[in-house]
Design a protein around this ligand. Structure first.
Ligand code: ADP
Ligand code: MG
Length: 293
């Protein structure tokens, strides 16, 4: 895996280099295939419209930060992308395939959708980790590889150990989730999500359930994923500095629609919509004063 710091160090050694590199990267990504496409997606809970006629395209390898006030529908949108949530109208395509539908247009049931997630290569990391409480860190990763992918116990354990090593938890493989800190649990959850080598990884506020001192270790793991060639990431987060650092694009969701989107540094430093600037001002003030986001 390339060192996460390598690109940044190189960029900062040349005046204006970072901007040029970002521009070149954006052009390269835009010329590549579309990994996620949302077309006219509408979702309500009862009478309450969460979003309406939402469109979004994410290119393969792109890192998108999804920002928006609490209750704006970030989790709902990410859950729709993974078909953990049903919607009222519209379509979601992962790698060009309609998620939740057979090629013939038949609505798929839960077990067929689970297989489809694996085939299309879409995984998810949740705010509250969602680990299996009664089994070890290793088994949290190895179990699904056996049950869903049919791997042998030896292959699955080897992959689990390799990933635990990658997230810095090689020595905690036998620990139960409750014997791990929040930051460690989230690192196990990330390892579990990337174990089947997804092409699209959805991360729903991966650090917001953590004590402040554990945020950094999880962000560092995500930073390394973001530097991996070809992995598409959609991350809902309130960590503005992190979003600016790792995201190619910021998408700002509010009042049931995408209010604004664009290159991360543009949206975060010079937002063009009043709702975006107000949100960024409030979040930045909270983060500077030490409040956890
Ligand atoms: P965010 O992640 O941006 O905070 P959510 O997607 O969690 O927003 O929620 C969007 C809105 O949908 C909120 O008003 C929330 O209360 C509502 N909501 C979320 N899940 C459900 C549900 N299962 N049933 C009813 N309302 C829900
Ligand atoms: Mg949420």
């Amino acid at each position: 895996m390339p060192s996460p710091g390598a690109a940044t160090t190189q960029e900062s050694s040349r005046p204006g280099g970072a901007a040029i590199d970002r521009e070149q990267r954006a052009q390269r990504l835009a010329a590549g295939p579309i990994a996620v496409e949302v077309r006219g997606l509408s979702k309500s809970y009862g009478e309450r419209c969460i979003f309406s006629e939402l469109d979004l395209r994410v290119h393969s390898g792109e890192v998108v930060a999804l920002l928006g006030p609490s209750g704006s529908g970030k989790s709902t949108l990410l859950r729709c992308l993974n078909r953990l949530e049903l919607w009222d109208s519209g379509d979601v395509f992962i790698g060009g395939h309609r998620i939740g539908m057979s090629p013939g247009g038949v609505v798929l049931g839960p077990s067929a959708v689970a297989r489809q997630r694996v085939e299309l290569g879409v995984g998810m990391v949740f705010q509250h980790f969602n680990l299996f409480a009664h089994v070890s860190a290793r088994e949290n990763i190895a179990g699904p590889l056996r049950w869903v992918l049919g791997w042998s116990a030896r292959e699955a354990d080897a992959r689990a150990q390799e990933l635990l090593d990658r997230v810095g938890l090689a020595d905690r493989a036998d620990a139960l989730p409750r014997h791990l800190s929040g930051g460690q649990q989230q690192r196990v959850a990330i390892a579990r999500a990337i174990a089947p080598r997804p092409r699209v990884l959805l991360l729903d506020e991966p650090t917001s359930a953590l004590d402040p001192e554990m945020v950094g270790e999880v962000l560092e793991v995500i930073r390394r994923l973001a530097s991996e060639e070809g992995l598409t990431l959609l991350i809902s987060t309130h960590q503005l500095r992190f979003a600016e650092e790792v995201a190619d694009r910021v998408v700002f969701l509010a009042q049931g629609r995408i209010v604004e989107q664009g290159p991360a540094h543009t949206v975060l430093r010079a937002p063009s919509h009043a709702l975006t600037s107000r949100f960024i001002r409030v979040m930045a003030a909270g983060q500077l004063s030490g409040a956890s986001a």
